[in-house]
Design a protein around this ligand. Structure first.
Ligand SMILES: Nc1ncnc2c1ncn2[C@@H]1O[C@H](COP(=O)(O)OP(=O)(O)OP(=O)(O)O)[C@@H](O)[C@H]1O
Ligand SMILES: [Mg+2]
Length: 281
């Protein structure tokens, strides 16, 4: 499928071209690529916020084309929960509870049940119970982001789509949030599609990677496959996870790694025997 912004006008341009791929149920897919490569444009096709200019997008049993009517898309919007870049900018209700309950109520859940969901989701995103009655605008930026995510989770989507959910958070906040998504994925089988510029997160959490460049999907594979060619990554303005970078530097000093360590645990397991630390503990 392809998508052109403002197709058919003199301003037509860019978007995504000839993208063809499948996101499997239960997978954790990371979409990476240089800024402007088309990551956010792809995401917006996953719940038909954008419709392909040509070709089709199939989501579950629903086939979306350029001609698809906006009616009847509601079930799809519930199935695929979308957390936009800087999602906290979309909060609007007077209280956190009301904000989180808004989505489910919009989809026919009773007020009482929606508020119960708000209660549950606030805990799920690691916020204290007492934020429920506060104004979302009295919270910190990181807390507001969590409220926005709780609002999407309250719709109980089958697929959770995240557009740079940790952008602008400090390292601790970033780690907590990534751990939360990992828990949803592992414990509840939540399908996750994550756009990120953090190669460490790709290595730590994703099972599948899509690499975008100039609107095209130029490579798909496991993190190990994608990170196996540092020259290719550099040519596409992408980097390695920190662990692999460190292993590269240590290799230059005579250490040996095989396979390339992609997580801290893998790095430590291979490094300790080489520095005589393998006997400890
Ligand atoms: N609303 C829009 N109108 C016109 N062109 C757009 C619009 N949004 C994006 N584009 C263009 O489409 C292309 C893909 O943009 P997109 O936002 O999908 O990239 P991205 O990979 O998400 O980038 P980033 O990492 O900066 O978020 C870019 O060339 C961009 O300039
Ligand atoms: Mg984007």
């Amino acid at each position: 499928m392809s998508f052109t912004y403002q197709a058919g006008t003199p301003f037509a341009g860019d978007g995504i071209k000839d993208v063809s791929g499948t996101i499997h149920d239960g997978s954790y897919t990371a979409i990476i690529g240089h800024t402007g490569s088309g990551k956010s444009t792809i995401l917006q096709h996953l719940n038909a916020l954008l419709k392909p200019t040509s070709g089709t997008v199939t989501i579950g049993d629903k086939v979306i084309t350029n001609e698809t009517n906006n009616k009847n898309l509601k079930p799809l919007r519930q199935k695929v929960g979308m957390v936009f870049q800087f999602a906290e900018n979309q909060l609007f209700e007077q209280t956190v509870a009301k904000d989180i309950a808004f989505g489910p109520q919009n989809f026919g859940v009773s007020e009482q049940d929606a508020l119960a969901l708000a209660d549950k989701m606030v805990a799920m995103v690691g916020l204290p119970h007492d934020v429920l009655e506060k104004s979302p605008f009295d919270l910190s930026g990181g807390q507001m982001r969590r409220v926005a995510i709780a609002g999407v989770l309250a719709m109980q989507p089958e697929v959770l789509v995240l557009d740079e959910p940790t952008a602008g958070l400090d390292p601790a906040g970033r780690h907590e949030m990534m751990t939360m998504f990992e828990r949803l994925h592992r414990e509840q089988g939540q399908t996750i599609v994550l756009v990120t510029h953090q190669m460490d997160d790709v290595a730590d959490y994703a099972d599948t990677v899509w690499v975008m460049a100039k609107g095209r999907l130029i490579k798909t594979g496991t993190p190990r496959e994608i990170f196996s060619d540092p020259e290719w990554l550099k040519a596409n303005q992408l980097g390695l996870p920190k662990t692999a970078q460190m292993a590269q530097q240590l290799t230059a000093k005579g250490f040996h790694f095989d396979p390339q360590p992609l997580t801290e645990t893998e790095l430590a397991d291979q490094l300790l025997p080489q520095i005589g630390g393998g006997q400890r503990g």
